[in-house]
Design a protein around this ligand. Sequence first.
Ligand code: PLP
Length: 436
Amino acid sequence: MDDRDTLATELDREHVFHSWSAQAALAPLVVAGGLGTRVWDHAGRSYLDFASQLVNVNIGHQHPAVVAGIQEQAATLATIGPATANLTRGEAARRIAARAPEGMNKVFFTNGGADANENAIRMARLHTGRDKVVSTYRSYHGNTGAAIVSTGDWRRLPNEYARGHVHVFGPYLYRSEFWSTTPEEEAERALRHLRRVVECEGPQSVAAILLETIPGTAGVLVPPPGYLAGVRALADEHGIMLILDEVMAGFGRAGEWFAFDAFDVTPDLVVFAKGVNSGYVPVGGVVLSDAVAKTFDDRVFPGGLTYSGHPLAAASIVASIDAMEDEGIVEHAKKIGAEVIGPGLDALADKHPVVGEVRGTGVFWAVELVADRATRVPLSAALMGRAKAELLGRGLIPFTADNRIHVVPPCVVTADEVAEALATYDAVLTLLDEEL
Ligand code: PLP
């Protein structure tokens, strides 16, 4: 063990307060460096990062062009206020808008994903003059006021203080709330349920329907054909804004620039963060439709942040989008998902009874683990804890949520790295099979 690993652990335990955790039992992994899909500690022990940290390091660790972009900007102008016009910020906004649907030309920058959702909700409320926001139980939108009460999962409950948030069940065929047996049925019934909730809440009071295009932490729930188009039609019928949260699904993760590119839907507001610059500098934002942007032509937008459009964040976005474009990283994510990761995980599902379902696209996959395939009873928390420890012990950083392992490497992952990871998952799934 290197002394710096010991010191990093000691300082962390003494002085750092961690997210979403009871602090006493924590034993965080020490990470000193990284490149591409790998990270390592000071002693040189290396790990395959199949979590992309928090599913955000889409371009991989230490991409040289992104590092250089930040360094150059730091040497030129390390910070500047949001009320100025800055060339790098403008270039970043132009690149994002160029990948958004037609008629979405303006970008509002925030510090991350949660405050981007806050501001998208604020824009939708002011644009429509309504206050309710409908989102799904199986979702995560961030940990600030409106974002955490839009969130559907357990993280909402201890934070519920804002009004006007209503939740529905979205489509999830493997554990259908609607007794569906086909994707078509699931889409139709989930849409009917959404329509009934909107009608019962009073469509005239609903400002926005806020959805993760592909709910991520909730289980990589790729929506069935027709669902998102149906939501769009319902929103149009009642003058409701459709906000698509692309924080996790966007910028290559789903094998598209925006995950909604693979579906027949155009949102009014797009929320982004994570993959836009792979988190090299904290940033997020909202892409506005021209109609929503126009609301604030002559009316003050009552929102803002000291670091909105921070030049280091902007430089990292410019460098990241350019590198992704030049190196075909989004196309690579799509191809490796379809040709290597998907088939590899399907083979594991065939072999291991503990696997209930595999689903996903691009570099965005979930392996749902069950104690019993027939009843689909989720694998216990104790065995999930064991799986996580076994994977880490074998040199793979896993992303686990509830009874699932999410297979979410950087978009630049190679076929060899996928093969290495699949062998590691295979070994750990064998251990889990033996426990059943
Ligand atoms: N929206 C989605 C879909 C997310 O996955 C996350 C974070 O995981 C957020 C919003 C919040 O982003 P941040 O942690 O940058 O505030």
